[in-house]
Design a protein around this ligand. Structure first.
Ligand SMILES: O=P(O)(O)OC[C@H]1O[C@](O)(COP(=O)(O)O)[C@@H](O)[C@@H]1O
Length: 334
């Protein structure tokens, strides 16, 4: 019993530690908001997140990160992070990061950019290669399999409307505003649905299906596969259904994925295939969106707005951080 209590305590602390990590990245990225330099914004977020991880009481391995070791100096796939990474000890966990989800949005001062992190027990995350993933997601409380990634747009909308006891004209489909989605948009509109296009940031696009006040009923279309895993981790915590299918553009990508353990390139991944076991997800808003407020600068500091959630307990916490730069070490000011 004492051991269980101790573990529960450690886990709770870990959830808040994750917020510290996303806050650091969010604060750093926000300094670059609207400056037209997406690489600088991303670099600042990566560096701050990497530094923040050094003080988190885990022995973590990055499995969704900034790229391969030779292409990313920090938070590369396979990098060991956390207080115990070198010394050993501490909970052994896998980490998925997107220090700045929405680099272009941040550079343009647009809405809905955030810093995100997810954590799972070892082996909990799909090791997704950096390719596109076809995604479909709906919110909680619907019959299992109400939509399917291999079904047509029309069929999915019809089944979803029936399950929600509404008309297709009541449904809102969220997707990334991309030419490759023209067909989905045309067919969904012809079926009667309304479309909400987002410029970037499909992690929050997917998560929107599980948040009643966003008005989004279904997410469709392709985006980054790593972002798919992060979105799956979030949905595992707040509920909802999601499927993903990796989209390979050439044989080289298929071969690379095979090296990462992906044998069947046509496999349909469910939520549990992408993020299984006990999972935690945290994000801090960089610019304001439906889920999170962006970083607000105040005299001598800044205010951050974050979300942290855990699949095991289903608890969702919103955290407002008031940061005093006079007292906070420079490294964490962003
Ligand atoms: O812009 P593309 O090539 O359609 O890629 C879509 C992906 O880019 C994003 O919109 C944002 O990515 P960045 O943070 O790298 O700008 C993701 O949310 C999404 O998965």
């Amino acid at each position: 019993m004492a051991e269980l209590d101790r573990q529960v305590h450690v886990d709770r602390n870990l959830a808040l530690e994750l917020v510290r990590v996303t806050e650091a990245a969010g604060l750093a990225a926000s300094r670059w908001m609207g400056r037209g330099d997406k690489n600088a914004a991303d670099g600042a977020a990566v560096e701050a997140m990497r530094r923040a991880f050094d003080t988190v009481a885990i022995s973590g391995t990055v499995v969704i990160g900034e790229g391969e070791m030779d292409e990313a100096p920090m938070l590369y796939i396979g990098e060991k992070v956390g207080l115990y990474a070198k010394a050993g000890g501490g909970p052994e966990v896998d980490i998925a990061v997107d220090p700045l989800e929405g680099t272009t949005i941040t550079a343009k001062g647009g809405p809905n950019a955030m810093a995100c992190v997810a954590l799972a027990q070892r082996g909990g995350f799909l090791h997704a290669p950096d390719v596109y993933m076809e995604k479909i997601a709906v919110g909680p409380g619907l019959p299992d399999g109400v939509v399917h990634i291999d079904a047509s747009v029309e069929e999915n909308l019809k089944n979803l409307a029936r399950a929600k006891k509404c008309e297709i004209t009541d449904l809102v489909v969220c997707l990334l505003d991309r030419d490759r989605h023209k067909d989905i948009v045309k067919r969904a509109r012809a079926a009667g649905a309304r479309i909400m296009m987002i410029p970037d940031g499909d992690v929050s696009g997917v998560v929107a299906v599980s948040q009643a006040d966003t008005g989004v009923d279904i997410y469709m279309g392709s985006g980054g596969a790593p972002e798919g895993v992060l979105a799956a981790a979030a949905l595992r915590c707040i509920g909802g259904q999601m499927q993903g299918k990796l989209l390979f553009e050439n044989d080289e990508q298929v071969a690379r994925a095979r090296e990462m353990g992906i044998i069947d390139p046509n496999r349909v991944y469910g939520l549990e295939d992408m993020a299984k076991g006990d999972v935690m997800f945290a994000a801090t808003g960089v610019t304001t969106g439906p889920m999170l407020r962006g970083v607000r600068t105040v005299p001598g500091g800044a205010i951050t707005h974050s979300i942290v959630m855990r699949s095991k307990s289903g608890t969702v916490r919103y955290v407002e951080g008031h940061h005093n730069f006079a007292l906070k070490p420079a490294a964490f000011q962003g």
